[in-house]
Write a protein that binds this ligand. Structure first.
Ligand code: ATP
Ligand code: MG
Length: 400
């Protein structure tokens, strides 16, 4: 008898011409997730299996985070010919339980000497006999012991919910505009979950925004990389651009014009790195720069599609999501973002596109040079599978 993982994925991948591509990507990602635990991974009959793990629980949790996985169960596996061993395993698995239970058998091996109702009855009877703290409830049991007779016999109770979505790398690559806030990491997670590989861009206005603010963003990218694999994060020196906007453009439009520059720079980096879309954490009406008019004025400068997966989300929904993926705590650290440094007192909430274009034109011919300097000056940080691979080591608390 040994412990294995039963890993389930959506039937959606089983349809259409893309199936081999999806399956290969999915098995690769599961293999990658199980590797640190020494797990052996294989695909058989629309299921992925993992065996020989040095830490079953931890490996199961890790595999459940793989995009495209619907659920994972930790199971005991044995030769099906030895029906007494199946009963013994059932007794052992239920030994520390109390309350109600039922056995749910299924068999794909129709030549097996017992059919499903018989397995339910025999195994259920043996468990009941061995543990007086249990009683049977077939309608609403506390525990369902699942017995499957396929090539081998497996037994499991319960399942870990998987991340869902599509296997990483099957839907192209996108560029996430990653601030230090709560929203953009969640937006990145959502797009990545659809099978999209991420790169990220962060605008940093040193010394108005501190090195700790930058480190916070690197930490957010690192957390995202536990789900998304490798992320190249580009830290763009944005101070000069912001200063120039502040000096030359109408005050009530500075945030909007700054956003337009962010989009232009992110798009240039995205195209250079072969990403096909931009992703932001905007949510309609959340702040002055997220009205329909304000959003239209940023769309105005981009040629790539802009994905805003949080557009219809309430803040509370976004926070719940951030807690679930583990970015909330880091996002809540009170470090400044470049958006908050030069905020106008009375920002335009319903800007007219013509006015914003005119306001921006006051940057003159210098604008192009500044844009390119931002692109060329971007510092590349690499995070992969939860590890900072290349980049500055986070500052200690000592910094003043
Ligand atoms: P977040 O919580 O993601 O910071 P927010 O609600 O604070 O979002 P804004 O500050 O208006 O909203 O930013 C809107 C979006 O613009 C962000 O979600 C992010 O995608 C992008 N963005 C804002 N500031 C930066 C930055 N310094 N670097 C990169 N992207 C940024
Ligand atoms: Mg923000």
């Amino acid at each position: 008898m040994r412990e294995i993982l039963l890993v389930r994925f959506g039937e959606v991948y089983l349809k259409g011409l893309n199936r081999p591509l999806f399956m290969r990507a999915l098995v690769d990602r599961v293999r990658h997730a199980a590797e640190p635990f020494g797990g052996h991974v294989w695909l058989k009959d629309s299921r992925i299996y993992v065996s020989d793990m040095n830490d079953t629980q931890a490996c199961a949790r890790r595999v459940a985070q793989v995009f495209g996985i619907h659920s994972v169960s930790i199971a005991k596996e044995m030769e099906k010919a030895d029906f007494e061993a199946v009963c013994q395993a059932a007794i052992e698995m239920m030994a520390d339980k109390s309350g109600s239970f039922k056995v749910r058998a299924s068999r794909s091996d129709k030549k097996y000497p017992y059919d499903s109702p018989q397995i339910n009855e025999i195994v259920g009877g043996r468990v009941l006999e061995a543990n007086p703290n249990l009683h049977v409830d077939v309608k609403n049991p506390d525990y369902t012991l699942v017995v499957e007779i396929r090539e081998k016999a497996t037994l499991h109770i319960g399942r870990i919910e998987g991340a869902g979505g599509m296997p990483m790398g099957t839907a192209g690559k996108a560029c996430l505009l990653l601030s230090g806030g709560i929203d953009s990491p969640v937006a990145g997670y959502m797009i990545a979950r659809r099978g999209v590989r991420l790169m990220a861009v962060h605008f940093h206005s040193f010394p108005y925004t501190s090195e700790r603010a930058r480190d916070k963003v690197i930490e957010l990218a690192r957390i995202l990389s536990t789900y998304c694999g490798k992320i190249d994060l580009f830290i763009v020196p944005f101070t000069e651009m912001q200063m120039k906007i502040h000096q030359h453009c109408p005050e009530e439009m500075t945030t909007l014009i700054m956003r337009r520059q962010m989009m232009r720079i992110a798009e240039r980096l995205a195209l250079r790195e072969r990403a096909q879309a931009l992703v932001t954490g905007e949510s309609l009406g959340q702040v002055a720069s997220q009205t329909m008019e304000a959003i239209a004025s940023t769309d105005d400068v981009a040629t790539l599609s802009i994905f805003r997966p949080l557009i219809g989300f309430d803040k509370i929904d976004i926070i719940n999501y951030a807690e679930k993926i583990g970015t909330y705590e880091t996002s809540s650290l009170p470090y400044e973002d470049c958006c908050t440094v030069f905020t106008p007192k009375h920002p335009l909430t319903r800007p007219k596109l013509e006015d914003v274009r005119e306001g921006e034109s006051r940057l003159g011919e210098e604008m192009e040079t500044m844009l390119q300097a931002c692109v060329d000056g971007a510092e590349k940080v690499i995070v992969e599978d939860g590890v900072l691979v290349k980049g500055p080591k986070p500052e200690g608390e000592a910094e003043g």
